[in-house]
Design a protein around this ligand. Structure first.
Ligand SMILES: Nc1ncnc2c1ncn2[C@@H]1O[C@H](COP(=O)(O)OP(=O)(O)OP(=O)(O)O)[C@@H](O)[C@H]1O
Ligand SMILES: [Mg+2]
Length: 282
């Protein structure tokens, strides 16, 4: 990893590049990175939550974050679109996060525009009390004028990409609440895709779904991986194995091991990884 001069960060000026990067955190350095996390410490108030995280997310691949409850997976995910800005007293204390080589906390970055580039799908599907089509089209109007015909095309394209079109094409004007849980989650993915983000963050997107709906969403995640950069948090190690190219294991706010998924599960290098993937804790 290069040692660029860090931009000043709140509240303590960063000396990120001065700190050595632990070797095991460099194992998965991709050739086409889109997100670079450099020596990041994050706290809620005075409580340190992430410690010296270094990690590079590759473009147009699926990266999974795994680890026991409370280890900081969601916190790191939410850093990528600055969702943590909304939590009073929370923030990055040292280090920086770059997307396409730009510090996302730079004054040049507008958080609202950032969130258009970095979409998010939550654990619990959250459709709006509107029709299926309106749910998908929701973010489009916020981006600028768009004709009815364009909207219709984008709705169809997004629902097809979310593997939902065939199930809903005859009821686009009906309420999204009439869909099953799995369909609602795919609808939320269609809504995220419609505004054409570069990165899609997913925080345990299948945890409320039954095995059949989970399988559909997993297939969808795999298919999205060639067109978007996907970062997914999951508690399900089999799911990480099925959908992701790279996996990062976190423990108590630290990144323990980050490698191509199959290598991490088949030949873990760290004792903690070995114990976690064999179910000895977590
Ligand atoms: N808004 C918040 N304010 C204060 N502390 C928080 C907040 N959100 C998370 N934390 C704390 O930060 C730590 C990391 O939480 P985080 O939600 O990132 O963990 P996680 O790995 O996603 O866990 P889980 O698997 O249970 O979702 C936990 O100790 C949690 O209690
Ligand atoms: Mg979480």
């Amino acid at each position: 990893m290069s040692s660029p001069t860090p931009a000043p960060l709140n509240p303590e000026p960063s000396s990120a590049s001065a700190r050595p990067v632990p070797a095991h955190q460099l194992d998965a350095t991709p050739s086409d990175p889109i997100i670079k996390v450099e020596n990041v410490d994050f706290s809620y108030g005075d409580t340190p939550t992430l410690k010296q995280i270094n990690l590079t997310v590759p473009r147009n691949q699926v990266t999974a974050f795994i680890g026991p409850s409370g280890c900081g997976k969601s916190t790191l995910l939410r850093c990528f679109n600055r969702m943590n800005d909304r939590v009073p007293g929370a923030g990055i204390r040292r280090g920086r996060i770059l997307i396409d080589d730009e510090d996302i906390h730079s004054p040049r970055i507008d958080p609202v525009s950032l969130r258009r580039r970095v979409g998010m799908v939550f654990q619990k599907s959250n459709p709006f009390p509107r029709s299926i089509a309106e749910n998908v089209a929701y973010g489009l109007a916020l981006q600028g004028p768009v004709s009815a015909k364009q909207t219709q095309e984008i709705v169809e394209e997004s629902l097809r990409a979310a593997a939902l079109w065939d199930e809903v094409k005859d009821r686009l004007d009906q309420s999204a609440y009439g869909l099953s849980g799995g369909q609602q989650q795919r609808l939320c993915i269609a809504r995220a895709i419609a505004i054409k983000p570069e990165i899609i963050l997913m925080d345990e997107p299948c945890s409320a779904l039954d095995p059949i709906a989970t399988a559909k969403v997993e297939e969808l995640i795999i298919s999205l991986g060639s067109r978007f950069t996907v970062v997914i948090v999951t508690h399900n190690m089999q799911q990480a194995m099925r959908v992701s190219d790279l996996t990062a294991l976190f423990y108590l706010g630290s990144l323990i091991e980050y490698r191509p998924t199959m290598s991490l599960f088949d030949t873990p290098r760290e004792r903690l990884t070995q114990e976690y993937v064999t179910g000895r804790f977590g």
